[in-house]
Design a protein around this ligand. Sequence first.
Ligand SMILES: Cc1cc2nc3c(=O)[nH]c(=O)nc-3n(C[C@H](O)[C@H](O)[C@H](O)COP(=O)(O)OP(=O)(O)OC[C@H]3O[C@@H](n4cnc5c(N)ncnc54)[C@H](O)[C@@H]3O)c2cc1C
Length: 477
Amino acid sequence: MSSSTLPDPASASIAIVGAGFSGTLLALHLLQRSPPQTRVILIERNAQFGRGAAYSTGNSSHLLNVPAGKMSAFHSRPLDFLHWLQSLSEADLCGIVPGPGTFVPRRMFGRYIRHLVNLEMKVPEHGDQLELVRGDVTDIEPNGGGLTLTLDRNRTITADRAVLATGNFPPAAPPVEDPAFYDSPAYKPDPWGPDTLADLDPDMPVLLIGTGLTTIDTIVSLLDQGHRGPITALSRRGLMPHRHAAGGAGSAPETDSFPTRLNVLTRALRSSSLRQATIGGSWHAVIDELRPITTELWQAMCTADRQRFLRHLRPWWDTHRHRVSGPVADRIEAARASGQLRVRAGRIRSYRQDGPDAEVEVVFRPRFADELDSVTVGRVINCAGPDADYSRIRDPLVRRLLGKGLARPDALCLGLDVTTNCALLGADGSISRRLFAVGPVTKGTFWEMTAVPDIRQQAEFLAGQLAALVRPGPVLA
Ligand SMILES: Cc1cc2nc3c(=O)[nH]c(=O)nc-3n(C[C@H](O)[C@H](O)[C@H](O)COP(=O)(O)OP(=O)(O)OC[C@H]3O[C@@H](n4cnc5c(N)ncnc54)[C@H](O)[C@@H]3O)c2cc1C
């Protein structure tokens, strides 16, 4: 038998692009699973590692929408986050009494992830294995046996494998005939941008595009900064996220099997919710019962049903599945009751603005109406949720990977096409042994890959896969 060349563990290195929750957690799991000589290089373009868009908010009114008891970074230690919270001093907790059902500020979760990185770096053997690099990855190129990552300032890093943990991209602008308004300073394309709410006259009318969780965050920020002017939130269906059930969702009776035809499943969920209501329960338990098998359902469903789901049911799923905490829901309801916040359903048709500093009239067609309507505002903020259609995302790294055929968008435009092992599929359908993805980038294959409980399992799984790839196998003689 001939001898075969095996990866040299002394030189094995894995680069992770993006140090939000997904990339950072993957790095932590890799340190625990891969051979000690493996280098784990975590690259982040922003100053903060471990936070990403979700957990870098400085606003303490931006609460987690999942209770502390379900936000552990580790599936096998479900109360890790809660225990960390409980270990904090009273001064750090600022009046929060942490319990499993408490919704704490999101920035505390970012602090927890950073604490986990610091802990790992103190482990003598892991401290040397993990390299944190501040930089913007603009290209990845196969180099004959590995990969070369190009970073800003003409830097390069070589690695055996790379994982895209690039998270969410800013929302796409609604298509209109004349998009000139999108160049106006009155239009804010990125809800997380530093200038989005800056220099805003507190009495100025504002339009928020979208009615989901990002819109809720923006309303909370506006109220916190003392905004008095009218706020209009507009989306195609005008649905806002529901609130979590007071005192927890409870549990639904165990189900023997779940149908995978969309219409049958929808009917089953409806009747299950009605049954729950008759025994004093709520639909929350029915939705929560689906959580552990959502990915299985998605993968078992035919493509036509997945398309039907995205076209017709997605907004209902999103608003029932991704809910808001009671305190946040109370503020939103109060703003609606006072008339300051108006939620409208419709599609934007055009913008009319006389000069870049003038107010803009946003013309839209209300849902189920023939007549156009309009709202005149001083600022339009796009809160429509992340753009996941990689065929139009302008990010240089994405463009180059697609241009070289190293990656392709998934068929439903939810992210990049990956296998169930998180390996990227190239333009020709080939499965990469060097390029992988984790987190929301993989939604096309996994659907629910948004919240911490889903991402933590995926990160752990992928770390196991990658560790097996870099671990030396038995030498064939
Ligand atoms: C506002 C908000 C609130 C949320 N709240 C909750 C919650 O309460 N509970 C819950 O379970 N889930 C919540 N989620 C969902 C979930 O936790 C996040 O989507 C998750 O954090 C995604 O992490 P990520 O690392 O994949 O992406 P991101 O957080 O977007 O991080 C990606 C990182 O990659 C970096 N990056 C991108 N491209 C490059 C590049 N080319 N080079 C270098 N760096 C790059 C970015 O700078 C960024 O830091 C929330 C999400 C959002 C957006």
